[in-house]
Design a protein around this ligand. Structure first.
Ligand code: FES
Length: 308
């Protein structure tokens, strides 16, 4: 089966180029359009299966582009790939029927994960292949449906359903939110508002181990910043990201309720106090000793300076 053709729309060339590189590396056919206006031109001239678009762009923004596609080329699947969308903009996009959302800056694994699901979505909806594929693994979908059926009659079912869904799927992408909204017979926008409001829900995939670093006042004055920097340098990810191998995610939070132990971090459900950069790495390396094998960016720089 031919790989789908993807159009990446962004007003930053660097985003287009990096998405192209990742997608082409996996055998997808991908090309870019520098902004909504150029995208509409290209969509008028050639056929595409998927459009990945930024929302905030000058002249023709993402929402306008999505509306145009839905009206003129409704068979094309749409994924949003954007930095800090407002809740209202995401709501608008969900109501227009996007497939999924990729946060920017993205890691190759997140982009490929969402692309794979978007491809399945597109294939599942093409008339000639209708219903042949599931939107996500059938066992996961069945478990999610079972949870919804079990809890839907209880008052305030949405939050417990979302909690269970996050345990099952690992995170709550739009595709999962849509399935829950349908199962509970409520608007998708309502599900999205709850997911966005509570910090314990996430729309980004997390790693096997979630590291939460407290940037609250007590931790901050005791030097948590240095701890966070060390973790970021060692795992080579920023706050809100997941490592390439999906082992770790890093989150920054305001207070973990253990100020007396400051500076504090948590790994999964375990709290660790009096952290230093060294101690933090020791704790993290208990889950994956290989993180200590490669020197961090700072250490590599130091080593290079010493060798020079
Ligand atoms: S400020 Fe860090 S635990 Fe409270």
């Amino acid at each position: 089966m031919a790989e789908p053709k993807i159009l990446i729309v962004d007003d930053e060339l660097i985003v287009i180029k990096s998405a192209e590189r990742v997608l082409k590396g996996e055998g997808y056919s991908a090309e870019g359009a520098l902004g909504g206006r150029e995208a509409i031109m290209k969509l008028g001239q050639e056929s595409y299966d998927l459009v990945f678009t930024d929302l905030k762009m000058p002249e023709v923004d993402g929402i306008t582009l999505i509306r145009w596609i839905k009206k003129m080329k409704p068979a094309i699947g749409i994924v949003i790939i954007t930095g800090y969308p407002s809740q209202d903009t995401i709501k608008d996009a969900l109501e227009l029927g996007i497939i999924d959302y990729v946060p920017k800056p993205f890691t190759p694994s997140v982009l490929l994960d969402v692309t794979e699901r978007a491809v399945q979505w597109t294939r599942g909806r093409k008339p000639e292949e209708a219903k042949k594929t599931e939107e996500f693994p059938p066992a996961m979908a069945a478990e999610l449906d079972r949870v919804v059926a079990q809890l839907k009659k209880k008052p305030g079912a949405l939050i417990p359903v979302l909690q269970r869904a996050q345990e099952i799927v690992g995170y709550l992408p739009p595709i999962v939110q849509k399935r829950i909204a349908k199962g509970l017979n409520i608007p998708e926008a309502e599900v999205h508002s709850v997911v966005s409001f509570y910090s314990f829900f996430t729309m980004r995939p997390r790693g096997d181990h979630n590291i939460r670093v407290c940037l609250g006042t007590a931790c901050y004055v005791k030097g948590i910043e240095g701890v966070l920097k060390k973790i970021q340098d060692t795992l080579k990810i920023d706050v809100g990201e997941t490592t390439e191998n999906r082992r770790f995610s890093v989150e920054a939070v305001r207070c973990l309720g253990a100020c007396g132990l400051a500076p504090v971090m948590m790994i999964d459900q375990e709290t660790y106090g009096a952290m230093t950069p060294k101690k933090a790495l020791e704790k993290i390396s208990q889950f994956d000793p290989t993180i200590l094998e490669a020197p961090s960016a700072d250490e590599a720089e130091e080593l290079a300076e010493k060798e020079a």
